[in-house]
Design a protein around this ligand. Structure first.
Ligand code: F6R
Length: 243
């Protein structure tokens, strides 16, 4: 695992965007695995800046997002479809047919999960997967549990995730209780993984996930077994690392 320590959120975002940009410059038709949440917003802002400056062309990429809430329509302002359009896709004029987010309003979630796994496979697999890290160690919506889920699947969100995400909804009751998420197997199949973490609130889980035992109780810990992981964090998020 490669740890890249930056001074602050802005520097973390620039560094992560540069890593994504270098991937796309070297392979313009890359398949990018993307994440939502607060952490990557600055990374997307930087990518938009690079595209607008003429330094980056995203028109040849395909994207596959990690997850989506069940029950939120694509135009719901807390859906991950909406988030990605707002923070990246519409701002760089990305052809939406090249973008993929699990469909949380599918009438048949199991079929949707199978479709999503096949889609990623048909695209040739993910070249670079961007991840945030949940306070409980989740990646995507793979919550702490007894095993590592393999493919895209339906999950019941934990109380901790519902509480963490309730800040974005009017009231806690509005937070969806379920989501579709890539599995740990799907994530681990990506050729490269880029994790972004910032803030003191992530310091303990950064240490536990990346220096502690590999266990499905801390889903991100499995990344220790991936051959090409880069973790870009600010000084606060890295403050409990022993190096
Ligand atoms: C988002 C996702 C989640 C977040 C995680 C961290 O698509 O899958 O795993 O990456 O909850 O969220 P933030 O960045 O808001 O702390």
């Amino acid at each position: 695992m490669r740890f890249i320590r930056t001074n602050d959120y802005a520097a973390m975002s620039r560094k992560a965007a540069n890593i994504i940009a270098s991937q796309v410059i070297l392979k313009p038709d890359s398949v990018l695995g993307l994440a939502t949440g607060s952490t990557p917003i600055g990374t997307y802002d930087e990518l938009v800046r690079m595209v607008n400056a003429g330094d980056l062309d995203l028109s040849g990429v395909h994207t596959a997002n990690l997850d989506e809430y069940v029950g939120l329509t694509h135009d719901h302002d807390q859906s991950y479809h909406y988030f990605m359009n707002q923070h990246l896709f519409s701002r760089v004029g990305l052809d939406l047919s090249r973008t993929n987010v699990p469909d949380g309003v599918s009438a048949d979630p199991a079929a949707e999960c199978a479709r999503y796994d096949k889609l990623i496979k048909d695209l040739g697999g993910v070249d670079l997967q961007l991840l945030g890290l949940g306070h409980n160690g989740h990646i995507g919506f793979n919550e702490p549990q007894d095993d590592f889920p393999k493919g895209t699947h339906l999950v019941d969100l934990t109380e901790s995730t519902i509480n963490a995400n309730s800040r974005l909804f009017e009231k806690k009751e509005d937070v969806p209780r379920q989501a579709l998420t890539m599995g740990i197997g799907t994530i681990m199949a990506a050729r490269k993984i880029l994790v972004v973490v910032n803030g003191a609130g992530k310091a303990a889980i950064v240490k536990e996930a990346f220096c502690g035992p590999v266990t499905p109780k801390v889903p991100a810990s499995i990344l220790q077994f991936h051959p090409d992981v880069t973790i870009v964090g600010d000084a606060e998020a890295f403050s409990q690392l022993p190096f």
